[in-house]
Design a protein around this ligand. Sequence first.
Ligand code: SF4
Length: 257
Amino acid sequence: MTTKNIIPLSTVDWYGRAATVVFLMGCPFRCTYCQNHALLEMGKLTSEPADVEAIKSEIAKNSLLISAVVFTGGEAFQQFDALRSLAEFACSQGLMVGVETNGYYTDRIRQAIEERLVDLICMDVKAPLEPNGAPYLKICGIDAAHRVSESLKLYKLCRENKIDFEVRTTVFPDITDSPQEIRSIASSIRELAGDVRYIIQQGIPEHAWKKAEVSGTSGTPYTRDELLTLARNATVILSDVRIRTKEFGEECVSASH
Ligand code: SF4
């Protein structure tokens, strides 16, 4: 792991906070739209282990400018020992800790909550959580619906431990793009986790691993208005629905207008 896997200062990865972002390599998924495929060396079966001491010194160097560290990837929980050590270090520097996860490693996520290693968990639900696993298999190359469903149930434990929790779906034309799919995901979130914050993110086709499969006919991302229309399908099920676009950042979505 080198410093190319670290963004020293970001104001967009944790709403309202300046954060250092650390990319931990390795992921059990192979999402067609993965934006970090170059960094993750998607074609390889192994990934570079994190250089924990180098990352700690980078966090320490930035600590006067930031209030948080966000761990992402890859799948941040894949290198759990490194994540634990780094999260403890960030905490010792007086920094908040956020983790972005695809929800695959349910037991590790539970452990992180019980050990109070994190202040925020951002969990992806990438496709409808159908019991046959087909939508996950199509988008992520792995049937992870059951594991993600189990991970969503950890929201209760987060609430008991005063850990913030949000769920995200990244959407592209032709991938997770129908009102029915958004309603299905929102219903699963409501049923398994509860009325949690739900963010629908604008995916950028030109950064995708398999561009041709996620671009739709136009090859462009959803516009803000298209995203708002899609997101309103979730507002009848969840009370805090937001969209996130490159142009306008994070915005709340109301059920009408
Ligand atoms: S879960 Fe995230 S890092 Fe892993 S392949 Fe999918 S988009 Fe890429």
